[in-house]
Design a protein around this ligand. Structure first.
Ligand code: GLU
Length: 394
């Protein structure tokens, strides 16, 4: 008899974390795996941020923080939103959480009821659909493909809207495709949403600073949508702080208040030292982290050039984040080294077993023609990984 709840049984495991765990397990067995599955900068957290954390420990920051975050951190986040995004938020509209993942989970838990529909333009980040499931709502996937640069159109959005639609989740720069919606594209999508005042918008901007030259645009800066947009961000990706676990939202005050209440019953305030370090991160000029973005940009060129040379790999050029999302459907139905590759999951497993390279199946992101490869890895590892992939498929 299964004693676990229907809730947990209905939840898929996180494909990104599962692949990373599998790669770690194989590595521990002595197998030389190159891990390109996890979206995690291979840089260390910058010194000025580490020093702020060390200072916080010395200053005896050891008690519970306010549930929604330290007041001076929330003020610093408001200044960041103003500086980078032209958004006006008051500290009462900010909630700091244990990673942007918790920010998204809080939002879904406070906004969604059973039967509500959540629109997910695909490809979407793996945990969106799982968190929607956990909130007892229903994911409605809006497909895109490499031909549309993995973007949806306003009419696709409108066609997916029903009286049950409660929320739509956007993510630009996008994980896994690296696609960035331009201001013009977002404004056209915004025109559709203006007609449906009961739909809320989650704008996940965690990759905002991992951008190779396209202007970043925040949906909340569309005046007509500001009152129903929740802007999600955090420090993990831009500041190489994945393990510090700090994310935050800027939201209508009543939503922020509800997220605060939810978080107060589940985790309380985020880690106090990480919050103090985050003040240093969000207050720093963005130029402080340019060296990492420049390096990712270089790696992007390298990985695109190398992968494009492999027959059957179709790529778009990602404009942000640190992933490529090649369409590898050319291989479906083909038998290689005695293994038939029927879908993206077969393909990712094949690469793990035959090339010892860990990637993630696109199925987890709502697109089963693609796989996600992270290039937040050293040039040496990228080159070796692609060499192995090419060899395994030759
Ligand atoms: N967001 C990262 C990724 O997509 C980290 C892993 C996760 O939380 O899913 O790889």
């Amino acid at each position: 008899m299964d004693l676990l709840s229907a809730r947990i049984n209905s939840l898929p495991v996180s494909a990104t974390l599962a692949m990373a765990a599998k790669a770690r397990e194989l590595k521990n067995k002595g197998i030389d795996i190159i891990g390109l599955s996890l979206g995690e900068p291979d840089f260390n957290t910058p010194e000025f941020i580490k020093n702020a954390a060390i200072q916080a420990i010395k200053d005896n920051y050891n008690s519970y923080s306010p549930v929604d975050g330290y007041a001076d951190l929330k003020t610093a986040i408001c200044a960041k939103f103003k500086r980078d995004n032209g958004l006006n938020y008051k500290p009462s509209q900010i909630v700091v959480s244990t990673g942007a993942k918790q920010s998204i989970a809080n939002l879904c838990m406070v906004l969604l009821d059973p039967g509500d529909e959540v629109l997910l333009p695909a490809p979407y980040w793996v945990s969106y659909s799982a968190i929607v499931t956990l909130s007892e709502a229903k994911s409605v996937i809006i497909p895109s493909s490499i031909e549309s640069d993995f973007k949806i159109t306003p009419s696709q959005l409108e066609d997916a809207i029903t009286p049950k639609t409660k929320l739509v989740m956007f993510n630009s720069p996008n994980n896994p495709s690296g696609t960035i919606y331009t201001e013009e594209e977002y404004r056209a999508i915004g025109k559709v949403l203006e007609k449906y005042p009961n739909i809320f918008i989650l704008s996940d901007e965690i990759y905002e600073h991992i951008n190779y030259g396209s202007p970043h645009f925040s949906i909340a800066s569309i005046t007509e949508l500001y009152d129903r947009t929740i802007t999600v961000n955090g420090v993990a990706k831009a500041f190489a702080m994945t393990g510090w676990r700090i994310g935050y939202i800027g939201a209508p005050e009543w939503i922020a208040k509800a997220c605060n209440k939810m978080q107060g019953q589940i985790t309380s305030g985020a880690n106090c030292i990480a919050q103090r370090a985050t003040i240093a991160a969000v207050e720093a000029p963005v130029s402080n982290i340019k060296y990492m973005v420049d390096e990712f940009s270089k790696r992007r060129e390298i990985i695109i050039e190398l992968l494009t040379a492999i027959p059957g790999f179709k790529l778009n050029k990602p404009k942000g984040a640190f992933y490529v999302f090649p369409d590898i459907s050319y291989y479906f139905g083909k038998k290689i080294r005695g293994k038939t590759l029927n879908n993206a999951s077969d393909f990712a497993l094949y690469l793990l077993e035959e090339a010892n390279v860990a990637t993630v199946t696109g199925e987890a992101f709502g697109n089963d023609n693609c796989i996600r490869i992270s290039y937040a890895a050293s040039v040496e590892n990228i080159q070796e990984a692609v060499k192995r992939i090419a060899h395994s498929l030759a």
